[in-house]
Design a protein around this ligand. Sequence first.
Ligand code: SAM
Length: 310
Amino acid sequence: MPWWFFRRHSHNSSHAADPAQPSSGRQLGEVALPRLHGSRRYLQEQPYLLPKDLGEVNRLDFQHYALRAALRGNYLAPIEQPRRILDVGCGTGQWAFELAQQFPQAQVVGLDLEQVKATTPPPNYRFVQGDTLKGLPFENNSFDFVHQRLLFLAIPLNAWPGVVQELARVTAPGGWVELVETGTALQDWLPCGPATQEFWRLAAQLAALRGIDTDAVPRSLGRYLEEAGLVNIHYQPFNIPLGEWGGRIGSLMALDLREACKAIGAPIAAHFGRSEQDLLQLIERASQEWNEFRTKWPFVVAYGQKPLTH
Ligand SMILES: C[S@@+](CC[C@H](N)C(=O)[O-])C[C@H]1O[C@@H](n2cnc3c(N)ncnc32)[C@H](O)[C@@H]1O
């Protein structure tokens, strides 16, 4: 069994004063020592393929603003006045900070393997260190809105059903779980050029070595929510243009994707015995193709509600 195989922890369902506090007596995610590829820092002993460093903090913030503009908001689920909000794999925390500002009466929790941002968060925001592959350190029914965005390079395929069950477990009856993902399935990227196709093939092969299936996840989100017992499921693919042909959003997203490709380019080069220069040239060719072929970046938003009788 690989070391990242999903292990579901049993949770004590007794009610603490604040159920959104981490359950007592559990070890939170043990963060592995970093590994360096060139100037980038990657986590060891985690399947996660992207770096954890300042460059990635900046890229994730930039990506957050571009995605918010493309989606015209931070979420699609029909939430009203949530009192407790959780963001799993919160990255820089920017999404959660904005939810904390939008709902000042709510307690907002961001969970990630590491806290990466030094800026002062809103007073109703709290960071909790944790590893979603080991289960969430919260009591049942703790949150009214649970959000998880872009963990497709972090969660092995066989762990997805259990991860989504955990999101549903910590959601209160009547509350919502929202997932936002993308993937590398070529049919979702068409039209795209040969360099883009080659890059995604290499990325998918590297991910597969860690049990991650970057093709399968986006189309399975609705099923994961359903299998976790959620109802009123809404599944919405959306595509964002890549490149100047797509106006301001297209240019922002192309810049973001080029940096994201570079971020996984180093481990791809190391694994496939190619030079980093070779990978950089491939990424450069791919990004030129996005304009030429009018390629769009495929995303999926899927959300579902926990039934009141759950
Ligand atoms: C691509 S980033 C997305 C960050 C944020 N959700 C956003 O959309 O800006 C993925 C995040 O998931 C976190 N992550 C990866 N594996 C994780 C795990 N097993 N448990 C919790 N967080 C994890 C990473 O540390 C990283 O911050």
